[in-house]
Write a protein that binds this ligand. Structure first.
Ligand code: SF4
Ligand code: MG
Length: 324
């Protein structure tokens, strides 16, 4: 197994008290596999990724439990320097906002090239040639000329391609992409997502795709893990989820995707808001918003029930939900 996250817990100290951002999250990603982590903003999906990437080490966020096994080694137990080395060679991350991840005063080709100079010991001449190749590979037109340009001279979609180029430059085993296309308009979103999926297959990388938009991941994900209030509430192959969700929250997300055949109809929205993570409701955290909620839901927190060998749902009434 490439990446195995086991029972991860992360807390934040806020003025309101302790926010339980991640409450016992477990998931696995194999080489060549794409896992989408889906949820509304504030559900803990980005924090989970940051904990895995080790960019959460500073307060106020704190990992309070769990294991992050990358190629069999628990990153949380390694010394900082070793951890950085393992990660640097094996994992890369893509963020939503390329403009703030790229250095505005350095030409993009030099930012790409620097990775080969630092990590592969190449000369600048070789490294610049590799930068052009990479820009070509992510289909940036006129790469040979544009390699000398600065980030602000590229469109949002092209900048995101540069971020993808940087992520794949050292051929990592795993990429974590946090809302990689959210800032882009719909057509560009699809192109960038297709490119990412294509490279993922070509390099047989594991890909963790974090998104609030179920529509975006439909074609590229193998599995989906749905997060709510810091937990995974449903985990299943993508096909199963589309066929019939086994959790009312997943159903709500599915029903709120705009569909072409329903043009003009009012879009469904899940009522209410996600909970404040310093005051997660007792029992099932989703109960204040759930159309199927009843007494048991307010009293007992549902574990992740085994729906099938490849599927779990944290709903007491998952059968009812599956039956629609
Ligand atoms: Fe809804 Fe109850 Fe299932 Fe929670 S456990 S999702 S409240 S039906
Ligand atoms: Mg986020």
């Amino acid at each position: 197994m490439l990446l195995e996250v086991r029972d991860l817990h992360v807390e934040f100290h806020t003025r309101d008290g302790v926010a339980k951002a991640v409450n016992g999250v477990s998931y696995q990603v194999d080489a060549g596999e794409t896992l989408a982590i889906l949820g509304e903003s504030g559900c803990g999906k980005s924090v989970t990724a940051q904990a895995v990437m080790g960019i959460l080490d500073m307060p106020p966020g704190r990992i309070t439990g769990g294991e992050v096994l990358f190629q069999g080694r628990d990153l949380l137990k390694l010394k900082e320097e070793e951890r950085r080395r393992v990660r640097g060679a094996g994992m890369a991350m893509i963020f939503q906002d390329a403009l703030s991840s790229l250095n505005p005063v350095i030409p993009v080709g030099d930012q790409l090239g620097e990775m080969f100079v630092v990590h592969r010991g190449m000369s600048w001449k070789e490294a610049r040639a590799r930068a052009v190749e990479l820009m070509d590979r992510v289909r940036i037109p006129a790469a040979r000329e544009r390699v000398r340009q600065y980030p602000h001279q590229f469109s949002g979609g092209m900048r995101q391609r540069i971020m993808i180029a940087m992520a794949i430059a050292l051929e990592p085993a795993l990429i974590i992409a946090d809302e990689p296309t959210t800032a882009l308009d719909v057509t560009v979103q699809a192109q960038v997502m297709d490119l990412l999926a294509e490279l993922q297959r070509e390099y047989r990388m594991g890909l963790v795709l974090i998104t609030h938009d179920l529509g975006v991941v439909a074609d590229v994900a193998d599995r989906i893990a749905v997060m709510y209030a810091g937990r995974i509430v449903e985990s299943a192959p993508v096909y199963d989820i589309y066929k019939a969700p086994a959790h009312p929250y997943t159903r709500g997300l599915l029903d709120s995707i705009p569909r072409l055949d329903q043009k003009g109809q009012e879009l469904y929205a899940i009522r209410g808001l996600p909970p404040n993570l310093t005051r997660i409701p007792p029992g099932c955290a989703f109960h204040p918003r759930c159309p199927l909620a009843r007494g048991l839901c307010r009293a007992d927190e549902p574990p992740l029930f085994e729906v099938s060998a490849t599927r779990g749902s944290a709903c007491h009434f998952w059968r009812e939900c599956l039956d629609g």
